[in-house]
Design a protein around this ligand. Structure first.
Ligand code: F6P
Length: 549
């Protein structure tokens, strides 16, 4: 396997970086009145403006050359054709099959998975309709008003993010809640106001072995039974979503109330599968199908567009440019839309669990940076928290600004205010403020002498800080589906460039194993001798100060 650093284009990109590193974006804009149209494109209801990046046509040419050299087109083909590209788990990676509403069959190990996918969608349609129209009755014959999804990681973040993003599509009188944390506070606070007779739990876990989810599910069952006083009530109040039928049955959930999915759906790519059931309950199946259609639109674009006009490819290669040539180590996701406030958390898992790796598919250590630290919050809150560092700190932090043209909640001129901020921040990051500008402003304000020179240094912004701007017509099921798929494919492309297997997550195992050693020690009130002195000291302190629960 060729490593990034062994590529001819890599050496060319390093040389090109030396030539371009000090070029100001403001000069590039001044020299080219067509820069916006040259470096923007529209696909599946999303406008991507990538003109405020430290790139020229030759930069992109070299980046596309790198992608060709590392056989990106071949990898796209391998993913869509169901090859086992998740080599450590020996699995295909086919979340694209879940939203394939074309007639194209998709094979895994010689079998077309599409009939199974359509079958589960139909089942989701029936069950979600029953819950929404009141045909699904709780044990005491009452209709369901509250649905609580119990899951964590990919079995929580995707459904939570999408359900919250699409709140304008929720049915009145039916609420969906999400519980993930093993901290009992999460479940307790969620259940505090709920009526057991009208509450339905969805236990969502790909493996059905995850400690947090099973603990919360057992506690939820105990809460239900305490109120309804009959084991038989579980059948009317629990649905399971999993790939593991045996474990679901062992938990006591009827197989008739189980929605299945498959091992070729990665947890963090699973919101399109039955894991998306709470979304379907909240927004209805027609809207859920729109979400899938939006994602499918992006899939088709990604699969068929030439690299130079391919939105996920362009976003991925811009990331590579900053991470591997400018030395950036983080990526900010800044949605200017309150409904999209969970998007940064969702992308944290999608990106960091996929590409937070330092070994190539062949098992060789990488000698270059890989997955960035992904973070962010909804604008404009972040502006009053950490934007200072993005503008004037020493770190180069590429930012994705995301906003809808139309709001679901037009209050006076507030949407114009929101969007003026969405537009101003990338402009300010790019333009900065020169010492001359700062000096002129301060002089106009009547400041002079030593104080003037001191303030000039503080009020100068370096500028030349890169960003992408994404505009959706509105946050709708279809545009959101396309947006999520855009990022999924961006992550895939970056994984290919870095030579990673983006679809396993061994790094999360060690902590789980050690927690399983510590748990019985805490319960038995003893400290294991094999721990280091720090861990032992902390366990001792905990046990000494622990009050009986
Ligand atoms: O934290 C590791 C992980 O395996 C994630 O990849 C996954 O999304 C999460 O745990 C939950 O797993 P499951 O759906 O099997 O409960």
């Amino acid at each position: 396997m060729t490593k990034l650093t062994a590529c001819r284009s890599h050496a060319q990109l390093q040389q090109h970086w030396r030539e371009i590193a000090d070029v100001q974006m403001t000069d590039l804009f001044a020299a080219d009145p067509q820069r916006f149209s040259r470096f923007s494109l529209q696909e599946c209801g999303i406008l991507l403006d990538y003109s405020k990046n430290r790139i020229t046509e030759p930069t992109l040419g070299l980046l596309f050359g790198l992608a060709e050299e590392l056989d990106l087109p071949g990898w796209i083909e391998r993913m869509f054709s169901g090859e086992h590209i998740n080599i450590t788990e020996d699995r295909a990676v086919l979340h694209v099959a879940l939203r394939n509403d074309s007639e194209r069959p998709i094979q895994v190990d010689g079998e077309d998975v599409m009939p199974g996918v359509r079958g589960v969608l139909e089942r989701m349609e029936q069950l979600s309709a029953q819950i929404r129209n009141g045909d699904w009755k709780g044990y005491t014959g009452q209709t369901i008003t509250d649905v609580v999804n119990i899951g964590i990681g990919g079995s929580n973040l995707g459904p939570l993010m999408v359900a919250e993003a699409l709140r304008p599509y929720w049915q009145d009188g039916l609420r969906v809640h999400f519980v993930s944390n093993v901290d009992g506070t999460h479940l307790s606070e969620t259940l505090r106001e709920l009526d057991p007779a009208r509450t339905l739990f969805i236990v969502a876990s790909k493996t059905f072995t995850t400690q947090e989810t099973l603990s919360n599910a057992f506690s939820a069952r105990a809460w239900l039974l305490q109120a309804l006083q009959d084991e038989a009530a579980v059948a009317s109040h629990f649905i399971a979503i999993s790939t593991n039928r045996e474990k679901v049955e062992a938990f006591g959930i009827d197989a008739a109330h189980m929605l299945e999915f498959w091992d070729w759906v990665g947890g963090r790519y699973s919101l399109w599968s039955a894991i998306g059931f709470p979304i379907a309950v909240a927004i209805g199946m027609d809207n859920f199908r729109q979400l899938l259609a939006g994602a499918h639109c992006m899939d088709e674009h990604f699969r068929t567009a030439p690299l130079a006009q391919n939105m996920p490819v362009i976003m991925a290669l811009l990331g590579i440019w900053y991470i591997n040539y400018f030395g950036a180590s983080s990526q900010a996701i800044l949605p200017y839309d309150q409904y999209l406030r969970h998007l940064p958390d969702y992308l944290q898992q999608a990106d960091m669990e996929s590409n937070g790796k330092a070994v190539t598919r062949d098992g060789e250590a990488v000698d270059y940076r890989t997955g960035p630290i992904v973070w962010g919050t909804a604008g404009t809150d972040g502006q009053h928290a950490y934007y200072q560092l993005i503008h004037q700190g020493p770190h180069l932090i590429p930012c994705d600004f995301i906003a809808p043209v139309n709001s679901h909640n037009e209050l006076g001129d507030q949407h114009y205010k929101l969007i003026s901020n969405y537009l101003a921040q990338p402009e300010a990051l790019m333009k900065g403020r020169s010492a001359e500008q700062a000096r002129a402003e301060l002089t106009r304000a009547g400041i002079g002498g030593e104080r003037l020179e001191l303030l000039v240094r503080h009020k100068t912004f370096p500028g030349n800080r890169p960003s992408n701007s994404l505009l959706l017509e509105q946050v709708t099921p279809a545009s959101l589906g396309a947006l999520i798929a855009l990022y999924e494919h961006k992550i895939f492309v970056q994984g290919v460039i870095w030579g990673l297997n983006s679809y396993d997550q061994w790094g999360v195992e060690l902590g789980k194993e050690l927690a399983n050693i510590i748990l019985p020690e805490l319960k038995a009130d003893r400290t294991g001798a094999e721990h280091d002195s720090s861990t032992r000291g902390l366990i001792d302190h905990f046990l000494q100060h622990r009050r009986p629960g």
